[in-house]
Ligand binder design. Structure first.
Ligand code: AMP
Ligand code: ZN
Length: 112
């Protein structure tokens, strides 16, 4: 398996853990775009949100719930942003589904 985030989940590539459970793993983004920037990934390899199947519905909810718990743990009571870049136009660069949890500063809209 050549997938970067699969290797991170398996511990073959080091990461800074933030949260983990039986279905997901969360770690600090290596190039943070905000004071808090955490990536939440499923342990199972799913290439993108577009690659999620009907049987992944509960897992997708699990990841969103984990993102909210992480934001609370990080003290982001003033708000935060959860982003899922998908495909080339979406700006996805790693082909393993991941949620960005960004916070600790005001987020502009629209995104670039
Ligand atoms: P995306 O562009 O949405 O696919 O997001 C991929 C994210 O993975 C980027 O924010 C990168 O900074 C981050 N990233 C790439 N390699 C690593 C790594 N080894 N550890 C942590 N984050 C990484
Ligand atoms: Zn993977």
């Amino acid at each position: 398996m050549s997938c970067l985030f699969c290797k991170i989940v398996e511990g073959q590539i080091p990461s800074t853990p933030v949260y983990q459970d039986e279905l997901s793993y969360a770690f600090a983004d290596i190039h943070p775009q905000a004071p808090v920037h955490v990536l939440v990934v499923p342990r199972e390899h799913i290439a993108s949100l577009d690659g999620a199947e009907e049987n992944h519905r509960a897992l997708l909810g699990h990841l969103m719930h984990a993102a909210a718990r992480i934001a609370q743990q990080k003290g982001l009571g003033k708000g935060y942003r959860v982003v899922v870049n998908t495909g080339a136009d979406g700006g996805q660069t790693v082909d393993h589904l991941h949620l960005h949890v960004l916070g600790g500063r005001h987020m502009a809209w629209p995104p670039g």
